[in-house]
Design a protein around this ligand. Structure first.
Ligand code: CTP
Ligand code: MG
Length: 692
């Protein structure tokens, strides 16, 4: 068994992993205050973090372009819908490479269906990494726009988020230290990997709320949710107090500097008694757990991490309790998992200690997981090419182009296979529709035949049963009846000796004949009915043959126009199996097209690098390009180029021999429309077409 700390219960490796927290819990952590010169030294790097993270005009423009495109394509699919920006892009608290949060407001919609539909629309438009999250509290579609590299979240009917964004925006307008400290803390939390709600730490939004709370406590900002006049609004059946009292613009009571505020943020939160209170910016200060009714539930994060069970217990709630400013039942720490909680507390202590020790801000924010930062810090797109010779890059380009060519052939083959499958399904449907009336009557006749057959059988059975009992045919019965009757009623023959016995026999024979006659009449009527039914049956069978001939004629007429259908079994099941095939081909095509898209970008990137290098060489030789010949002449050849900037470089490089897909779209779309639900179509993206 591994040795464990007697106080925290942490194993040796976990004590190392949560080094600062462990030392703090066993009472061995020293948090010192930096001297004033050391503290002042933090000012510049903190403000540098602010300026390097603030969104530049180019990025704002790219986001606007993307917004306009999405607004147009979504409006064409969902009537009465409204797309709005929220989150940091709207509040002005965005760090570089942060996501772009959009909200689609669409009344009375099936939210899951809406996100699924948007997801397939975006895939069709060539958006990358499209994920549809239907199980989230609010359904979301996540994707990355390949042109701008911007990661986007579209959530549905997320009205409260629009209001809380507005609250953050109003706070950030009050005092520039709100924006400054928020960007610094978000930057630190992102780099230290503790701002990732899906992975069990706090959301970026929760960190912003912690900053607002800290600035309220330090009297840098007032509480904007105070005041007598209240704004109440009902959202999805629940009433919310959405008061933002903008008139509460007080002179700040504090002149604390950004470095002082950053230091106090870390030290105050690092040593905060989480088990005593709940953080509440709505209240303008912490509230007691009793008042809020959120208890510090067991098991604790340490209990969970120290558990030796294969399936550790589920952690109790409300440990890092942070009340949402509008949704008062929502604890923003609900997403935090046990390891996440320990990591957050460990990181706060680490930052507080390092501030006091005089470490640099860069060291405090040292990236934990560089992979995760890729999206946050748009990379220099040529970083991997810088150490390569031109020949190596040219070889890479040749390889990429070869792959592109092979993939283009495969895409074309799949495309024509898909088209013929669509044609088949369509043609089959045509035959089925064309002969639908005939088939209906045909069916009715067949059902009639079956029913009549049953009738014929039962009539025949009844007739034969009677005939078994009645030995004489009806005309003989009638003759015999008349003879007996005459014998019984003729005048008495005086020459014959009267016999009572003979008379008795005659009478009983008469009565028997009479009964037999009734039955024989019934049998004869049944026989008539039998003949009638058999006649009708023959007529209907003739009709059936006629329908079959007509069906064959209609089918062969359609087949004349669609030779693909020859020798094919034409029925609904077969048509459906072609639909399925179309869908599968569509899926495969989507994947291949996305691969092709990536190869095209790579080829463009390699060509852009080679062009850049050759421009650089010619510049060095004194052949400077004329001004206005393009952005490349302006750019510093060694400087980093972002994903967005590459669009400019790529425009004008059209070495790509494949036909432009956007043009094909309209005819394809028209075809698909006629076909109904045979498969997803790719949308066009008008504003980018111009660029291509
Ligand atoms: N939001 C919310 N409740 C949460 C998390 C988020 O209402 N538990 C809403 C808030 O309106 C927030 C927006 O979603 O402003 C975006 O959240 P997030 O991306 O976490 O915050 P940003 O401020 O946009 O941070 P970043 O710049 O890192 O994207
Ligand atoms: Mg965001």
């Amino acid at each position: 068994m591994t040795s464990r700390c007697e106080i925290t219960g942490l194993s040796e490796s976990n004590s190392k992993m949560f080094e600062y927290l462990h030392a703090y819990l066993v009472g061995k952590l020293e948090i010192n205050n930096p001297d004033s010169a050391t503290l002042a030294g933090f000012s510049k790097p903190l403000l540098n973090t602010v300026s390097s993270n603030s969104t530049h005009k180019g990025e704002i423009k790219r986001r606007e372009g993307l917004f306009n495109h999405l607004e147009k394509s979504i409006a064409s699919k969902f009537k009465n819908s409204k797309l709005s920006v929220f989150g940091s892009a709207e509040s002005g608290l965005s760090i570089k490479g942060g996501d772009y949060d959009l909200c689609l407001q669409i009344p009375d919609a099936d939210q899951k269906k809406v996100v699924k539909k948007i997801g397939s629309m975006l895939r069709g438009q060539g958006m990358e990494e499209v994920q549809v999250l239907t199980r989230a509290k609010v359904p979301i579609v996540k994707f990355t726009d390949p042109r701008s590299g911007v990661p986007v979240d579209i959530s549905i009917n997320n009205s409260l988020a629009i209001h809380n964004t507005n609250l953050l925006k109003t706070y950030s307008k009050l005092d520039e230290r709100v924006m400054q400290l928020t960007l610094c803390i978000k930057h630190w939390a992102h780099h230290r990997n503790i701002s990732d709600a899906p992975n069990g730490t706090l959301s970026s939004y929760a960190w912003s709320i912690l900053v607002i709370s800290h600035l309220q406590k330090k009297q840098v900002i007032p509480n904007l949710q105070h005041g007598d006049s209240r704004t109440l609004l009902e959202i999805e059946g629940k009433e919310y107090d959405l008061t933002i009292n903008e008139s509460e613009v007080l002179e700040s009571k504090s002149d604390a500097t950004i470095e002082e505020l950053a230091l106090s943020f870390f030290t105050d939160l690092a040593t905060y008694k989480w088990s005593d209170s709940v953080i509440s910016i709505r209240n303008g200060g912490d509230i007691s757990r009793d008042q809020k009714g959120w208890m510090y539930e067991d098991p604790t994060a340490l209990d969970v991490v120290n558990s030796e069970k294969d399936e550790p217990p589920r952690m109790g709630e409300h440990h890092l309790a942070i009340e949402d400013p509008f949704d008062l039942d929502h604890d923003l720490s609900r997403v935090v998992r046990a390891v996440g909680e320990l990591k957050i507390r460990d990181e706060l202590l680490r930052a507080a200690v390092m501030f006091g020790k005089g470490s640099t801000w860069k060291e405090i924010c040292q990236t934990v997981d560089p992979d995760r930062m890729k999206n946050l810090q748009p990379e220099d797109l040529f970083h991997d090419l810088r150490n390569k010779s031109d020949n190596d890059v040219k070889n890479m380009l040749t390889k990429v182009k070869g792959e592109m060519e092979a993939l283009t052939i495969r895409v074309d083959a799949l495309e024509s296979e898909r088209k013929s499958a669509i044609r088949m399904a369509k043609a089959m449907r045509g035959v089925i529709e064309e002969t639908a009336d005939l088939r209906k009557e045909h069916k009715a006749v067949i059902t009639g035949l079956k029913q009549r057959n049953n009738q014929i059988n039962s009539v025949k059975e009844a007739r034969d049963k009677i005939n078994q009992d009645v030995i004489l045919p009806i005309h003989m019965i009638e003759d015999e009846l008349s003879k007996v009757y005459t014998r019984l009623t003729e005048e008495v023959d005086i020459h014959r000796v009267p016999s009572l016995e003979r008379e008795k026999i005659q009478f009983s024979w008469f009565l028997e004949l009479q009964a037999m006659h009734g039955k024989a009449r019934e049998a004869s009527e049944l026989h008539q009915r039998f003949i009638e039914l058999v006649g009708q049956q023959k007529e209907e069978i003739k009709k059936l043959k006629l329908y079959e001939t007509q069906h064959d004629e209609a089918t062969s007429l359609v087949i004349e126009n669609e030779p693909l259908l020859k020798d094919k079994d034409i029925n609904k099941n077969e048509a459906r199996s072609y639909d399925r095939r179309v869908q599968n081909l569509q899926k495969a095509l989507r994947q291949r097209r996305s691969d092709l898209h990536k190869l095209r970008r790579e080829s463009g990137r390699l060509e852009a690098w080679l062009r850049k290098k050759s421009n650089g060489n010619s510049d060095r030789r004194g052949n400077r390009k004329k001004s206005g010949r393009g952005k490349t002449s302006k750019q510093d050849n060694s400087g980093p180029i972002t994903l967005g900037d590459i669009s400019g470089l790529l425009s004008g490089i059209s070495s790509e021999p494949t036909p432009k897909k956007s043009r094909k779209v309209s005819s394809k779309k028209a075809g698909m429309r006629k076909l109904g639900n045979l498969g997803a179509h790719r949308g066009s993206r008008s504003q980018y077409k111009k660029k291509e």
